[in-house]
Design a protein around this ligand. Structure first.
Ligand code: ARG
Length: 672
């Protein structure tokens, strides 16, 4: 990658001049926080860390500067510390820096060295940097195309698409090769509304899966449905009173939720219902087929319903499991906990694990009546996944209201796995507990429809879609243009259908665009807030077309597609990119070149706001470049080479923006 190459050039020279380690120096080189201060920067303390020894072989020029500093310091061995840390010795530091500047070769790829505060900044050969960056994008994207091309049969292609659709520029697929990552995400409760926390966890999990897949990890996305527990006993009791089959089939989640709300009111006045619910759940745990068939029906209707929603969000799971499934592994979990001496039997018959010494209290894993709890089933699920998927890492995307639960789970797994199961086989399974990670996130406040009522995901997505459709219609000419262009595309794809069909399809097409825009608005608003923090859900803010919104990012992408389409040029990978000499061209290329750095650091944190903020910056650079690097006018003026080189740069920008949107889980729009 271009930025890495340029960093290495800087690091190589700095290492030579200071005697430092070039790999360490390269790692310390970053982007300046302030614009206009060059392309790269290194913090001075990282260049002269206080604990390094003096360079053995110093350049002659540096010798002078260092000895000045040494005389000024208390003793010879402390020269460096004094140079960097002691603000009182500014003149020695200044000497050293000016010497460094003097000796640094600025006739090659690096063109300037400028100290600024605690940093040393570097400017680059901008034309070369621009060319190299474009080349990076071409190489990565053509490799991706070749990869897709090599999977000829449809099923093969579909299978590989899933793992490859985010390959391409920005992600190095060799990084995660051969490693399995399980991700537990979304995991709603059947028969209960899909609330804000679930939406956040769903899109975050989808994002993490895509990011990891892009980096070559083998990801197993697990939807661990809340489909077991006492509340399903209560639900059945409620269904007996308030259930309606027709309603159930029409909208299972809403209907079951209504039933659940009613029965929960009843239970306050009638404690008998609570006993009934317990009894019912006990029968479920005893595998009574009579009670299980109703539960099974609730479950599969809910899943079918959820699948429609997931599809709308572009999300696919590898596994639909759930608490009911892990319930079967509970005996194994109890056995493990007993063998390792963690399980304690209480007088009333309950089984507990004592985690007080870790500040996590005493956890009940089996109630006195013999039934299991949420924590029990999570222990069992973790065991089951470790054996089944042999994961290298396991991420749980769950809101911060379950922090304590997750701490308990991880501690129990750690204690259980720390003790070897079988001394004769010497199976050490502790890595499984070491590699469990809870990606916690804050609450979404005030999530409701515009009418302020329900909080079902479906309603959120519908409201977003309607809002966007209204927005699109506000600009009548543009709306008609979008409709026509969809119509045109459909005409091209299928010349058989009647013209009325095409018209209807175009209307559907517009609706689909509105849906994708709505989803972009919701997702980008969510991802803009740091995920560890909560945020206030705001229809107004998220659907604004100016300012930093999902609409703005989609607009930037669609606009680039429009420019490409209308440019009158061809996409020429051999275009003469050395013709790109405007500062706007370099600024755009520089923004493009940051993308691999951003995705890589996101891989360490799973913090989508990093990518979102980056994409806003990129889009701003795109919009500035669009004003200056016009393609069609260049073409019209007969300057084909210039037009082609500009088009190629804009293409690289579009690809990068598209890849960024895709990794966030959004489909980049070509028209809107
Ligand atoms: N169903 C749970 C809820 O809605 C979330 C499950 C998260 N995953 C887990 N393994 N505990 O709160």
């Amino acid at each position: 990658m271009t930025s890495a190459r340029f960093k290495n050039v800087i690091a190589g020279q700095l290492a030579m001049l200071t005697g430092g380690d070039s790999a360490l120096i390269a790692r310390a080189i970053d982007r300046p926080k302030v614009k206009g201060l060059g392309t790269f920067a290194i913090p001075l303390p990282r260049l002269f860390p206080s604990n390094t020894t003096l360079p053995k072989k110093k350049s002659k020029a540096l010798d002078g500067a260092l000895s000045t500093a040494q005389t000024a310091s208390a003793g010879p061995g402390k020269a460096k510390r004094v140079l960097v840390r002691d603000q009182g010795n500014n003149s020695a530091k200044a000497d050293l820096l000016s010497q460094l500047r003097h000796d640094f070769d600025t006739t090659g790829l690096i063109r300037s060295v400028t100290p600024a505060g605690q940093f040393l900044n570097f400017g680059v050969d901008e034309k070369q940097y621009t060319r190299d960056t474009i080349q990076d994008v071409i190489l990565a994207e053509t490799a991706k195309l070749r990869f897709l091309d090599s999977h000829k049969s449809d099923s093969e292609l579909n299978a590989s698409l899933k793992s490859s659709d985010h390959l391409g520029y920005g992600m190095d697929a060799s990084i995660g090769k051969g490693q399995v990552v399980a991700i537990d995400y979304s995991s709603p409760n059947i028969a209960k509304p899909f609330h804000g926390g679930h939406l956040r966890g769903t899109i975050l999990g989808n994002f993490a899966s895509r990011l990891l897949r892009g980096f070559g990890y083998h990801v197993i996305g697990i939807n661990y449905l809340g489909d077991w527990g006492k509340q399903y006993g209560l639900m059945a009791v409620g269904f007996d009173r308030y259930g309606d089959r027709a309603e159930l089939v029409k909208d299972p989640i809403k209907h079951l939720y209504n039933v659940y709300v009613k029965i929960n009111k009843d239970i306050v006045e009638n404690p008998e219902l609570d006993r009934k619910a317990n009894e019912y759940f006990k029968r479920m745990e005893e595998n009574d087929p009579m009670v299980l068939s109703l539960w099974q029906e609730f479950r599969s209707l809910s899943i079918d319903f959820y699948k429609v929603m997931y599809k709308r969000l572009g999300i696919e799971f590898d596994v639909y499991s759930g608490e009911s499934e892990s319930a079967q592994f509970v005996p194994q979990a109890y056995a493990l906990l007993r063998e390792t001496g963690l399980l304690q039997e209480q007088e009333d018959g309950a089984w507990t694990v004592d985690l007080t010494e870790y500040g996590l209290g005493v956890c009940t894993l089996r109630r006195a009546d013999g039934t299991t709890l949420y924590l029990t089933r999570d222990v069992a699920a973790c065991l089951q996944r470790a054996e089944k998927f042999k994961f290298d890492r396991h991420l749980y995307m769950i809101g911060d209201d379950q922090n304590l639960h997750m701490k308990r789970l991880f501690k129990i797994m750690e204690l259980a796995f720390a003790k070897k199961l079988d001394p004769s086989t010497n199976h050490d399974k502790s890595h499984w507990s070491r590699n469990l990670e809870h990606i916690s996130f804050g609450k979404v406040q005030g999530m409701s429809t515009r009418k302020g009522t329900a909080i079902f995901l479906e309603d959120i997505l519908d409201t977003a879609q309607t809002t966007m459709l209204e927005r699109m219609k506000e600009n009548e000419t543009r709306y008609e243009a979008v409709k026509q262009s969809i119509q045109q595309q459909q005409n091209d794809e299928n010349s058989q259908g009647s013209s009325l069909d095409v018209l209807h399809n175009a209307q559907d097409g517009v609706k689909q665009v509105a849906d994708k825009l709505g989803i972009s608005a919701v997702v980008i608003q969510d991802f803009q807030a740091k995920s560890s923090k909560g945020y206030d859900f705001s229809w107004k803010r998220m659907t604004e077309s100016t300012g930093n919104t999902g609409i703005y990012l989609q607009y930037a992408h669609a606009r680039l597609c429009g420019i490409e389409e209308k440019s009158g040029t061809r996409l020429n990978f051999e275009a003469r990119t050395e013709l790109l000499s405007e500062p706007e061209a370099f600024d755009l290329a520089n923004a493009i070149s940051m993308y691999p750095e951003v995705t890589f650091s996101t891989l360490q944190t799973f913090e989508p706001s990093l990518i979102v903020n980056y994409l806003f910056g990129l889009s701003h650079a795109i919009s500035t470049a669009n004003q200056v690097l016009q393609v069609k006018p260049a073409m019209d003026a007969g300057d084909t080479e210039l037009a082609e080189s500009r088009r190629l740069l804009l293409w690289a920008a579009r690809v990068t923006l598209g890849n960024g949107l895709r990794v966030l889980g959004l489909e980049p729009l070509e028209r809107m």
